[in-house]
Design a protein around this ligand. Sequence first.
Ligand SMILES: Nc1nc2c(c(=O)[nH]1)N[C@H]1C(S)=C(S)[C@@H](COP(=O)(O)O)O[C@H]1N2
Ligand SMILES: [Mo]
Length: 547
Amino acid sequence: MPARTPAARLLFPALAGVAAAVVAAGAGTLAAALLASDASPFAVVGAALIDLAPPWAKDAAIALFGTNDKAALLTGVAIVLLVIAGAAGVLESRRPPWGQVVFWVLGGVGVLAAVTRANASMLAFAPSAIAAVAGVLVLRLLVRRLAAVDAGPSAADGPDEPDVAASTSASGPPAARQVPDAAGTRTPEATAVDRRRFLAWAGGATAVGLIAAWGGYAMQAGSRAVTAVREAITLPRPTSAASVPQGAELGIDGLAPVITPNAEFYRIDTALVVPSVEPADWSLRIHGDVEREVVLTWDELLALPLAESVTTLACVSNEVGGGLIGNAVWLGYPIRELLAQAAPGADADMVLSRSIDGFTASTPLEVLQDDAREAILAVGMNGEPLPPEHGFPVRMVVPGLYGYVSATKWVTELEVTRFDAASAYWTDRGWSDHGPIKLSSRIDVPRSGQPLSAGPVVVAGVAWHQHVGVAAVDVQVDDGPWRPATRATAISDDTWVQWRFEWDAAAGSHSLRVRATGADGEVQTSRQQGVVPDGATGLHERTVTVS
Ligand SMILES: Nc1nc2c(c(=O)[nH]1)N[C@H]1C(S)=C(S)[C@@H](COP(=O)(O)O)O[C@H]1N2
Ligand SMILES: [Mo]
């Protein structure tokens, strides 16, 4: 039996490193598909390299690879990573834990590339971090397996002996690599078994990593295709454009803008992975208790006269003072027109809208038929096609109703039925089958903990009573009287309105409270109720310290 072969000294540790890297890549890709589609480790590192590369390098890459330049870049990144991973494996087997350190550094580069991108999502750090953890775990596991191979019959007398000693003494604890006293007594057969075992583990890890990578890639393939299609869409000009009056935006620092940018718009849905719906494959079917079924394709919808409307969406799960509310300019077509074509039966009182992913919402038929309410099938949001996470290509938007009973995203079906004959997703889970949005108001500034000095302080926020309108907003400081705040110009009764209040603040700790009054005379109640089953009530209060 020869002394330790090169295979055992270099090839096996390198294999361990490569297998760990494949697992890391698989874990990262899968995590990206599930948690942060914008932060796949390869994609973000590739994007960062493109951003950092000097212009001559970009020109050279394009000259060399043409339109395959991005594929070439990713291949290049993958090759470099595999070489580094192999080296990390060798390093880990000789100088632990330096191989692990290499994986942490690579993960760190991925995290940095992900979180520094424009509009990075909150979980952008996760895929690369998860990749690093997975890689390190597998590297340690495999190098430990390798130690068993090394502990074979030749280990005690091979030329590597000093190497072993150096590695164990240099890194303090003997880590994964140990040379048992009994090493010399092991048979070649035992070593062969250990080798096979190591190779089985390394191969198994690689296979798991590849499957995870393939799964993650496949999950995102749909979204990549849809993103490309979406970016190529030019929406038709609205037959009537939404107008946001001059005085609607108070422009106060820290106050929610009157139109919520898409990237800041809250997102609530039950979809683990954002559904990928290609417009060419999309259609809406109106059926159930109707005289004639109506089927509408994407091209047919875009050919209809589409109008803009501004509507404030709110989630029933929004706590008093919470952020699950946003206001956008929607482009769409009135649902009442389509319902008129279908001609609902006389007994029908509800439309059960269904999403491609099975989510359903129950909307009162009369609300959707109301001439005075812009209940629409929306295709545009703030001048763009709907973002995928907000329902691309088509969703419902209904002024005055919480999202869970009206705002079905990726909508594909409207079934005309009755409240006593069918129930929707959240109704089956304990929420009310009707969900009109409750009159409410919120303080945005000053923020809690914001340093304030005595004297004039601007208090500002938003108030809403969709489809009714807000007639007044009042502010109370401590136990003082309710005093009127100034309302910005309302865009319409279907949107929130900004308000501001000049407060002459005295030093000390104070509580600020806001209360809205609807155009129907309803005064926002101070009675506190949780979000279940049909929306929270109570007054938003903020405690501030003035010095
Ligand atoms: N397909 C689908 N549509 C859905 C939901 C969902 O879970 N699935 N959630 C609803 C809820 S509860 C709300 S509050 C709104 C939120 O819309 P947004 O994510 O665009 O803000 O979408 C509604 N539409
Ligand atoms: Mo919601």
